[in-house]
Design a protein around this ligand. Sequence first.
Ligand code: ZN
Ligand code: ZN
Length: 468
Amino acid sequence: MAGTRISRRELLKKGSAAAAAAAALGSRSAAAQGGPAVIANRTFRAWISRGAGRGRTTLQDVRLRPISGRQVVVRTEACNLCYSNVGAVLGIQAAPPAAAAAPPPATTNQAAVGLAGVNANAMALIQGHGGVGIVEAVGPEVRRVQVGDRVCVSGTPQCGSCYHCLRGRADVCQLLGRNLPSDLVAVGDLRDGTPVYSNSHIGGLSELMITFEEWVVPVVTKASAVDLGMVLSCVSVAGLGATTTGTLATVAPGSVVAVVGCGPLGLSAVQGARIAGASTIIGIDPIKVRRDLALKVGATHVLDPNVEGTAIVERVRSLSNGPTNRAWSGGRDSGGRRSGAGADFVVEACGAEFVKPKLEQGPDPTGILPMQQAYEMCNAGGHLVTTGLVRGTIALPAFLFAIGGISHSGGQAGGANPMRDIPRFVSLLDSGQYNAKALVTRVVPLADMLGAYEEVAYRTTVTAIMTV
Ligand SMILES: [Zn+2]
Ligand SMILES: [Zn+2]
């Protein structure tokens, strides 16, 4: 079989469609392996994006292609309508910032155009950021899961053998970036024969998720599809990952944590901080409903950035003071130019707005200001994890950046290691430590997905879970 083998060097160096597809599919055919029969020619419904602008996503019938190698077919139970997918699903182009120092970053689809010589907008793409469901079929080389298993189709893959996986950073597994149009593999066909692909190899807004073994994590739980879809959504995994896994930094018991932005990611970070034993948890969001939810799931204080204005950093510092400000007496105040203590750990979970919210708008729709303030909220020796997708360039006080003692992690998936941490997050749900029900503010069937995505886009719901 040497002639069909794809070397690691070839896969990583070339990153070409042929290498990625062949390696992902596996080098040996199902027939050669004597593998189990796999379903094919089955028709399923999926939300397919194609073209540009409003109306680009429609519900279509797709005929499943035969699977092979390490492919896995999952019958979707539930998936979260992730805010970062608003532009791709609804066809909304985010407005550039008023005084843009740099052009707004391209969406994933735009970024793909030209880089790989393929226009993603011309492709029929099943949208979504994964979800939870039941394995219906596996390719002959799949070891991680079996037919009938309940699984999370994770937004972050874990191959287990790339450089980053091997050094304990599965949150940035090298398969993560292999989602350009030329990396994708057709999983089905529309009625007119147009090939259909899964967004990021996972999809989600569909009756079936057709993915690869590396994106699938088995979970054993009796939790409802909605609750499980909530706790294992890409954003909840990131919030819990940042605060409970210790991959990036550790939330110490008794510490002070600030969470900037209380959407599903921030509210999961609030819960993670509570679970980790933080004593003071400060939730910050312009939307009252979200601040109220933060208090419900673990915040000890909430702040409205529209009320606090630029003084919000000082407010966080003063809330971090504790019973005394005296040095050598338990006080944390550094004095001098840095009045108050500051948070030991800050999670930035704000990001840019695609469209103007119909509820309270924050002070900066680009997300830059909250990110800068999040940095300055840290105490000396504090840690910032950023997770928001902002537009533009941040500016920080150079003195503080250089020798302020603040460390920072870019928080892709909050540092979560899917195979290690997703089962732990399920146990947090099952034990009642993670409150999924409070965060689920909308549940819709597959057919009503678009309307619910509008609510996510305009912030009139905190989350929306689609069930199948
Ligand atoms: Zn997502
Ligand atoms: Zn990897």
